[in-house]
Design a protein around this ligand. Sequence first.
Ligand code: ZN
Length: 234
Amino acid sequence: MRQVPSPNHNGRGEGVRPDIVVIHYTDMTDAESAVRWLCNPASKVSCHYLIGADGALVQMVEETRRAWHAGVSAWDGTGDINSRSIGIELDSPGHRPDAPCFPQAQMASLLALLDGIRSRWPVPRRNVVGHSDIAPERKIDPGERFPWADLAAAGHALHVAPAAAEPFQSPALRAELAAGGYAVPPQDGPAMDALVAAFHRRHLPERVGAPADGVTLATARAFAAAVAADRAAG
Ligand SMILES: [Zn+2]
């Protein structure tokens, strides 16, 4: 692992330990450009780790410090996700021209990194999330082709299969998404549409851009149940 210290960090706050991992893509042409940006004081952004497309790992901020990757965001009932999280950037050109795929070597490196992080810090599976999960109105990374099922199979995230449709009700969908950890707007509208897109992106990728329906609701219910089981497991 290469160390390239970034100046863009501060303290997490008294007694705060990371219990969330946020996965991003860099949306840049190459890993070195991304590292330079994340270490530039003028950018005011950073992350703890960047994983190259070839799997090479760069650490820029110590895990005990608060890196600046999440921005305005919320998950699991709280905002200020930077204070609680470890941020991992995946070298990727982003959605240009299509949703990105992530090479095998990069995913193997990510799984090994998650093994280490989750042995050092109390990060439950339900709190390994994408940037789009915590900031659905602003962010679409890591994108609908990110292999959440592989992370779940390795024990590092939660993922559910599409569930059979049930009668659709918007209040029920809001309740299930909130139970799953999402910050849910109080009513239908653009913010809710963005949240539905984020949920589809992660769990029902073929439905990105489609409105919520009975499959969305049933799958959100299954995800909320998986989160509840993870919470009960301690
Ligand atoms: Zn991001």
